[in-house]
Design a protein around this ligand. Structure first.
Ligand code: ES4
Ligand code: ZN
Length: 326
């Protein structure tokens, strides 16, 4: 925990963080140099001047250029290792981490390299930081569903160690219904299933993710509030929503932090947790996200405890792993 936290925080799980979104600008420039990658940025300062986003797509455009510095298994291990160290310092005891498989395989990097590199660092995370982890392979929803099917089939055939699948990238115009078969294959293989929905897209996409993909958890889901019947269902079924406050402000999904629906979501009894999404892009790791909402809304220790407990309850932990954090 850092001194920026005004309220002491119990053990917390981070459930919504994209590995590619933890690439810090200095690491991007350094790794580009090492790997001989020609980025469009003349300098660290030039890169740092790119982080003013107008919407989700403007951020994704930058993210997808920068992630190209990752080439070999050691690069994937290095970025994972750095995230785990930083998250541990922020008080995270359990992390469920997304990676975007197609971002790498489309550049000719084998899934074996990506997953092998990440996994080696996750194993070290347990010994170095006592951090337990899950790895969630995410698909870009703006690519054809057949592409996601092929990627999943390969990972399953090769027996590569992932714990679940997710759905991300540009949301509007790419409803969950496109991915029914992919999710069926994943569930049949015993994988956990989550999806981004209701970030920029409508509440209807949250319904589709639940009804058609049978997701166990919804990433973001903030636009669910526009549909009272959906809210009632999410509360009744204790569907976890992984909310990312700094991300929502920086991508202008909400106007300002004062307008963020997190306090309302807590009041409604939704199972919400606080997460960092892409911490190197949106102004901070989990501690900064907690700090932002605690400061903005004057959350008391009870509310912070509730958010931390929600994160543990929302995690894909077995009873022993959960008990360790409660
Ligand atoms: C993402 Cl939709 C979305 N949000 C945040 N980070 C991402 N990385 C890839 N897709
Ligand atoms: Zn996300």
């Amino acid at each position: 925990m850092t001194d920026r936290l005004r309220v002491a925080r119990p053990p917390v799980a981070e459930l919504h963080v994209h590995l590619e979104g933890t690439l810090e600008p200095a690491f991007i420039i350094e790794t580009a140099g090492e790997n001989g990658i020609d980025l469009p940025w003349r300098s660290l300062e030039h890169l740092e001047a790119q982080y003013d986003f107008t919407d989700l797509q403007s951020f994704l455009d930058l993210l997808y250029v920068n992630l190209e510095v990752l080439r070999d298994a050691d690069d994937f291990a290095a970025v994972t290792h750095r995230y785990l160290a930083r998250a541990s310092a922020a008080g995270v005891r359990h992390a469920e981490i997304f990676f975007d498989i197609q971002a790498h395989t489309r550049r000719g990097i084998p899934a074996e390299t990506v997953i092998g590199g990440i996994r080696s660092a996750l194993d070290r995370g347990l010994t170095d930081h006592g951090m337990t982890t899950k790895l969630i392979m995410s698909f870009w929803r703006d690519l054809p569903p057949g592409d996601a099917m092929d990627a999943l089939a390969h990972v399953l055939d090769a027996g590569l160690p992932i714990d679940g699948i997710g759905l991300d990238s540009a949301e509007v115009g790419y409803p969950p219904s496109l991915f029914v078969e992919v999710y069926r294959m994943a569930r049949d293989a015993g994988l956990h299933v989550v999806a981004h929905a209701g970030e920029e897209g409508p509440a209807e996409y949250v319904r589709e993710a639940l009804d058609l993909l049978h997701v166990e958890r919804v990433d973001h889901g903030i636009r669910s509030l526009e549909d009272p019947d959906l809210v009632e269902r999410l509360v009744r079924d204790r569907v976890p929503l992984t909310v990312c406050p700094l991300s929502n402000v920086r991508l202008r999904t909400v106007d300002t932090m004062a307008d963020h629906p997190l306090p309302r979501m807590l009041e409604l009894g939704l199972l919400v947790s606080v997460n960092s999404d892409d911490p190197a892009y949106f102004g901070g790791y989990l501690d900064a996200n907690f700090d932002a909402v605690v400061t903005q809304f004057g959350l008391d220790a009870g509310a912070v405890e509730q958010l931390a407990r929600n994160s543990v309850d929302s995690a894909f932990l077995d009873p022993v792993g959960r008990a360790r954090l409660h």
